[in-house]
Design a protein around this ligand. Structure first.
Ligand code: RBV
Length: 417
């Protein structure tokens, strides 16, 4: 079995982290148990491209227990937890991921996973699907379907669908309510704050905290920053999202204005060039800038480099740029997602639902075989509700149910005042 990780000597620590995650992911563990004898993924070869974290390890092990053969790479050069990767390698999983890999190594790793000749693919950001579509169209014919974990990836896949470029169907796991209303909101909110704190150790209370983008991720981050006592400012381009931010009690203004005010900036937009040269020119001395969107395109670091005379790493994941006028701006995690690069990504409890959705979606693909239409599919509502029900059950929380009489009332369109 081939693999490439940083250091297999880290495996013991990785194994403990994975066990810790397993103890916090009861829904996925329940499904693992449920499908362990049935083996619905038997005969399936799954290439996966998703952050190598303790939570992902729980998913990978679950897929194999359900009968699949897997090959795995990380979906970001800075998000791999080397101890977890080591544990997976030592346990016999073909894994190609290490922290700090170059962009060339990143694509090399994806190519290694494609050697498995996948029947199913699992993406976070659509880099694996893209590689298959661009370089292995012959192999795409053999792929039954794929799944996509994140907003940016689903966006790209919908563009591919529109352009008629999609070669096999994909399930948009991101768009499940039990994914984006939890992982994207509470996961990103907590883990982004976690990343900022680990990289800076600064006090959040009293700081002007600028959040660019008020989608699920930005909203989660804004709420958690407020919870820590920051004064939160939101920058948006969409009127409805901006209005939501206003009514949620945040100050809303364009980035051109916020740039001069903020102490901490975080981008969560999925768009490129959200913070560029003219913003850096206005920023206060000591401003901290980071990103929690999928790609490292939101903060234009070339612009910052051009304005700077010196750059040095002052703490792990924290680079100080000294501008020619003497001001210092601190960039976290090289503008890559701060929550995964500087911290451990979303907490296990929330990845529990995201990855349960991944697992059930891959089982659905295997069951459907070639019957799925060639398009981007949503998660069935029943799956969403069932996962929420299971999650509540594992939390020991009971809820009400409608009586028959209430169901009749609900469906009776003649009822009035
Ligand atoms: N994400 N995974 C983790 N702990 O494994 N944390 C975050 C983890 C995923 C999350 O689902 C999001 O959609 C994606 O990373 C962004 O790349």
């Amino acid at each position: 079995m081939e693999y490439k990780v940083k250091d297999t000597g880290l495996a013991d620590r990785g194994k403990m982290h994975i066990e810790w995650a397993e103890s916090r992911m009861p829904v996925l563990m329940h499904l693992r148990d449920k499908f362990s004898s049935q083996k619905p993924l038997k005969g399936q070869k799954i290439a996966g491209c998703l952050h190598v974290t303790k939570e992902t390890a729980v998913l990978v092990k679950t897929l194999v227990i359900a009968g699949a053969e897997v090959a795995w790479s990380g979906c970001n050069p800075l998000s791999t937890k080397d101890d977890v990767a080591a544990a997976l390698a030592v346990e016999g999983f073909p894994i190609f991921a290490w922290h700090g890999m170059s962009v060339e190594e990143f694509y090399w790793a994806i190519e290694k996973t494609i050697e498995i000749k996948p029947t199913l693919t699992l993406d976070d950001g659509a880099d694996l699907i893209n590689t298959i579509h661009q370089k292995h169209t012959d192999l795409a014919k053999e792929v039954i379907a794929g799944t996509e974990e994140t907003t940016t990836g689903v966006h790209r896949l919908r563009s591919m669908e529109k352009a008629g470029a999609l070669l096999y169907p994909v399930i948009a796991v991101n768009d499940a309510e039990t994914k984006w209303d939890f992982d994207n909101v509470y996961g990103t909110g907590q883990s982004s704050i976690d990343g900022i704190l680990r990289a800076t150790s600064i006090l959040l209370a009293g700081k002007k905290f600028v959040v660019a983008g008020y989608g699920h991720c930005g909203r989660g981050t804004a709420f958690r920053a407020r919870g820590m006592g920051s004064h939160v400012i939101v920058a948006e381009i969409r009127p409805i999202q901006a209005l939501k931010a206003v009514l949620d009690g945040f100050e809303v203004m364009p980035m051109d204005e916020a740039a001069a005010i903020g102490d901490i900036f975080i981008t969560a937009t999925g768009m490129k060039d959200v913070i560029v040269g003219r913003h850096f020119e206005k920023m206060k001395d000591g401003a901290v800038v980071c990103n929690t969107g999928h790609y490292d395109v939101e903060i234009n670091l070339d612009d910052l480099q051009e304005l700077s005379k010196e750059k040095k790493e002052v703490r792990p994941n924290n680079e100080e740029y000294t501008l020619t006028d003497g001001r210092k701006i601190f960039v976290l995690a090289k503008g890559r997602l701060v929550n995964l690069a500087a911290a451990e990504g979303h907490p296990s409890e929330v990845m529990d639902m995201s990855f349960a959705n991944q697992f059930l979606s891959l089982i659905r693909c295997a069951r459907e075989g070639k019957n799925l239409d060639l398009r981007v599919h949503d998660i069935p509502v029943e799956q969403d509700q069932e996962l929420a029900r299971l999650k509540l059950e594992t939390m020991g929380i009971k809820i009400d149910a409608l009586t028959n009489d209430q169901i009749i009332y609900r469906d009776d369109y003649t009822a009035g005042t």
